[in-house]
Ligand binder design. Structure first.
Ligand code: SF4
Ligand SMILES: [Zn+2]
Ligand SMILES: [Zn+2]
Length: 191
């Protein structure tokens, strides 16, 4: 088991968790198994820019959580002590030795597969070559726009709207999901 703290992001509401494991239920949107492995670049950017959420930390193991509400159970150490509020920049500094970036297609495919496996209700499109192409698009967006934006939708320039385009997005709310059981780009499909 990996015991290193890493960044995780809720694909529904963009909460960020920094810890060995993500919470089973997101404290902000309530969704189960909604966290996907992220990296420091994305995690720090959201901690700095999502001002509608606060940073909380576990008094026992120093896991961090960016969200509208504190966690009542720490996923990493199991502490039931409520998370306390923490200064945003101090939180960023405390993650200074965190993992390196997820910056290859192979890593992205692994992250998406693990996310879908943990979620249980979704799977990654089985056309691996097309999935690889989508990962290339996501990684190009990281280079040109700084975040892992959707490979087949255009960013607007409005940071609040664009945050909703980080991949994986909240595809469960998309019309294509409701009608055809797949995200807008076909990357994730219903099991
Ligand atoms: S529509 Fe699919 S590919 Fe695009 S951001 Fe959402 S999950 Fe990713
Ligand atoms: Zn959430
Ligand atoms: Zn803890």
């Amino acid at each position: 088991m990996n015991t290193k703290k890493r960044f995780w992001r809720c694909h529904v509401c963009n909460d960020i968790h920094f810890g060995v494991k993500p919470p089973e239920y997101c404290p902000t949107c309530g969704m189960r198994n909604a966290f996907v492995l992220s990296d420091r670049g994305e995690g720090v950017r959201l901690i700095q820019e999502l001002k509608g959420k606060n940073v909380w930390h576990c008094a026992e193991c120093r896991d961090l959580h960016l969200g509208a509400k504190p966690l009542s159970l720490c996923p990493s150490c199991g502490s039931k002590v409520k998370y306390g509020a923490m200064d945003r920049e101090e939180a960023v500094r405390s993650t200074g030795d965190a993992d390196s970036a997820l910056d290859t297609s192979e890593e992205m495919l692994k992250v998406w597969d693990e996310f879908a496996e943990r979620n249980g209700r979704i799977k990654v499109w089985d056309d691996r070559e097309s999935v690889k192409q989508l990962s290339v698009g996501v990684l190009e967006n990281v280079k040109s726009k700084g975040l892992r934006y959707c490979p087949c939708r255009v960013t607007t320039g409005d940071p609040d709207k664009d945050m909703k385009l980080i991949c994986p997005c909240n595809f469960l709310a998309q019309q294509t999901w409701k009608e055809y059981g797949e995200c807008w780009c076909g990357l994730f499909v219903k099991r």
